[in-house]
Design a protein around this ligand. Sequence first.
Ligand SMILES: [Cu+2]
Length: 502
Amino acid sequence: MIKRRDFVTCAGAATLYQAASPKLLAQTAAPAAPPPASASASTTMPMASAAEAGTAAGPADFTLHIAPAALEVAPSHFVSTTAYNGSAPGPLLRMREGKPVTIDVINDTDAAELVHWHGLYLPPEIDGSEEEGTPPIPPGARRRYQFTPRPAGSRWYHTHAMAVGDLHRSTYTAQFGFLMVDSGSNPGRYDQELFLALREWEPFYTDQPMDTDDVDVLGPQPERPAVLNTSRSGGLEANSQLFSVNDKALGAGEPIRVREGTRLLLHLLNAGAIENRTIALPGHEFHVLALDGNPVPTPRAVKVLTLGPGERVDAYVEMNRPGVWILGSTFDPLRRAGLGVVVEYANHHREPRWEAQPGEQWDYTVFGDPASAAPGRPPPDHTIEMVFEQVPSGAGQFDLWTVNGKPYPHQGELALEQGKRHRLIFRNRTDDSHPVHLHRHRFELVDVNGKPSSGILKDTVIVPVYGRVTVDVVADQPGLSLFHCHIQQHMDFGFKALFRYA
Ligand SMILES: [Cu+2]
């Protein structure tokens, strides 16, 4: 399939690995666990808003400085961006479920910013969405957030500013980081823990047809219209030619160093703004434990993982195939353009090896309850249909994206009833797949393109090309909640809706 997304110019990029300097940077290889103390704050600056100000003026548990940064993503190739504390990802915010935390955020940029705490149950005033009523942090200001983290699991934080036509803003920048909410329960045995974010850099707009690694075009496409509207040509789309895991393109950083017989626990995140990514580690399997930080009913091993922007996968890997391997994109042009990291067994030194991964496709439903064991699910109290459509060039240079026929804002028609079970039916009538995210809630997958599912809880789900995904959400978080596609350009041009409690 040819689309404008995910085109990669191979010229130059193919040599990225070979050209990589042996410079050692520990970002990728070290178990990333900066202790809270390393991020403690001065409290001398005035609070930006009394509303969020803590009652005590003590030090924060964590401090995030939003500021311009230059990241050396490939050897001598610096990316000018905006980051948290100068790094990508920003500091790991590790906290305990139910134990209150204080986070100071200082905006050292010249634009208003918002930090969204993705996957947490937080009040709308601090969730980090302006649409919900969170106040932006003005340029030069500091704001203190205090909350009690829950639920436990792999969460993350990122900017929720709008980019609109500006590729130097919002999730196109390096403003993202991991946020782990630990519970008292035993996470299982592992020897090494890694936090790996998939990223693209230096995005640009293009109107040229491009190759794509979208595999879900092979799906059943239950929402494909009988007659496709091809009367207008599409608008510009964001794309990239430089990719990385964390802040290093493949070969540019230290390898992940492992020993045979150990177990590697991976916390994976697609922190990109543009497209779903599919990755593999040849010779090894990912034992998937959790999706979007929520333990799955049926943990199992798979050869490939697909993550839409905003999604997380927690999986362990048994290190039992000694050698030097590439953990990276299954789409050759993306991997050659940096989307990967080298995994090196002790005492093994040779060119990193990649092998194609034919035949396996990502399927959420394999991690659900087996039908025989599925607990009875109560019928929904309400059903809400959400139809996603695209208006080619409907926003000037860009396409417009609509939910139920209208771009954001809507007239308050998406109402939730407190305590009730709502069945949301996502109908994707476009030839893009959309990772849609609901703030402040988790939903249960009920059906993915005709495959029933039970017991999988998520906050972001890919609705495939011309596909249909049904989820149940129990309305237990009063207040406005934003729903949107996590592809930045789609969100910027209409693909948003607010849920309110009736
Ligand atoms: Cu989208």
